[in-house]
Design a protein around this ligand. Structure first.
Ligand code: PLP
Length: 381
């Protein structure tokens, strides 16, 4: 198999010691060994979530936890505000609609985030709003919201704040308790350096009050049932046993490196990618610098370059795998993931391959430019 550089915003590369945990022999999911792994993973997750709230692990992709964050806390007809900065904000709005909530969307142009004044205005216009859903890091556009500014606006009232941190938790600072965020959802396959298959959700005391009043139907995602089982060191249904062993190892690795160091590393990787892309002169960054994500960079190629052709060449010639555009950006952009088990060398290989492929596509004089700019970021950090 040719060497591969998986530079997409999830699933992300998995370190060997984490992969080895997946190869353990199967155990009884109601036995002591799994129980220990589940309870330890849950405690380690609380550190990564920066919370003392309850944290639950579900066997599902991230979208499962998104659904859990709706059915556990709301009733049909409840009014909610959903921040839509791209495909994943749109997904939250779609799930809320599917469950009969009354959705007020704040939709931003591609590459832009939500400004505090905008959120303040919409909350004021909708005094009966019960919840606000925000995507911390919109993976489809490479936009990160400033929750330090936005969270206090929501929490000034007793409105439930739900944050999708699926492509940020562990990589971009998200102090759940310090910002008083009621519900945070994430998944295993991005910054948490674990294969896909697990999602997680934190639940504040206010969210538990909402739970008691909520009337939406729920079964698989019922957190009261999950809490009862977790107290016994178990899950209500058969869990993805191997993924939980892997998750524990990955969390131990991340925390032994230090959360702050992980945030810093992703900041540097993001800056290096953006500096490299900008230095080429022929590519544009989709996201406003102010909202630029540390985990994923969306890039707009010149109009005569098909981003999907470019990605194909990068994959075939250099084993560099990038992501394409989603939704209305399909066929218009490509995305470089720099999240999880990704190192500066991976970024340098990606940028160097990009220079060569673009040169082969007729863009002369790019050689070394992106790499040099990224190297400067690494040297100065
Ligand atoms: C911000 C964000 N939200 C939600 C999802 C959906 O997660 P999943 O594909 O694991 O269901 C993703 C996946 O890329 C994401 O990046």
């Amino acid at each position: 198999m040719p060497k591969m550089y998986l530079m997409i915003p999830g699933p992300t590369p998995v370190p060997n010691d984490v992969l080895r945990e997946m190869a353990r022999e199967m155990v009884n999911h109601r036995g002591q060994e799994f129980s220990k792994a589940l309870l330890e993973s849950t405690e380690l997750l609380k550190k990564v979530f920066q919370t003392n709230n309850d944290v639950f692990i579900f066997t599902s992709s991230g979208t499962g936890a998104m659904e859990a964050s709706i059915v556990n806390f709301f009733s049909p007809g409840d009014k909610v505000i959903v921040g839509v900065c791209g495909v994943f904000g749109e997904r939250y709005a779609k799930i809320c609609n599917a469950f009969g909530l009354n959705v007020v969307s704040i939709k931003t142009p591609a590459g832009k985030g939500i400004e505090p004044e905008e959120l303040e205005k919409v909350i004021k216009e909708n005094p009966d709003v019960k919840g606000v859903f925000l995507t911390h890091n919109e993976t489809s556009t490479g936009v990160t919201l400033n929750l330090r500014e936005l969270a206090p606006i929501v929490k000034e009232k007793d409105i439930l704040l739900i944050v999708d941190a699926i492509s940020s938790l562990g990589a971009i600072d998200l102090p759940t308790d310090a910002l008083n965020i009621d519900v945070v959802v994430t998944a295993s396959q991005k910054a948490l350096e674990t294969p896909p298959g697990l999602s997680m959700m934190s639940v504040s005391p206010l969210a538990w009050e909402y739970y008691e009043r909520a009337k939406l139907p729920r079964f698989y995602w019922d957190i009261k049932m999950a809490k009862k089982f977790l107290e016994e060191g178990a899950t209500p249904f058969t869990p993805a046993v191997s993924q939980v062993f892997a998750l524990r190892k990955a969390l131990e690795n991340i925390l032994s490196r230090g959360l702050e160091n992980n945030f810093k590393r992703h900041k540097i990787l993001g800056s290096a990618v953006r500096a490299g892309v900008k230095a080429l002169g022929v590519l544009n960054l989709l996201a406003d610098e102010k909202f630029a994500s540390d985990t994923v960079t969306a890039v707009v190629p010149p109009s005569n370059v098909n981003p999907d052709e470019l990605r194909k060449k990068l994959r075939q010639e250099f084993g560099v795998v990038l992501a394409g555009g989603q939704g209305e950006l399909k066929g218009k952009i490509f995305r470089i993931g720099h999240v999880g088990y990704v190192e500066p060398t991976d970024v340098l290989v990606t940028l160097s391959s990009l220079e060569i492929v673009l040169e082969k596509m007729g863009y002369d004089g790019l050689r070394g430019k992106a790499v040099e700019s990224a190297e400067k970021v690494f040297l100065n950090s």
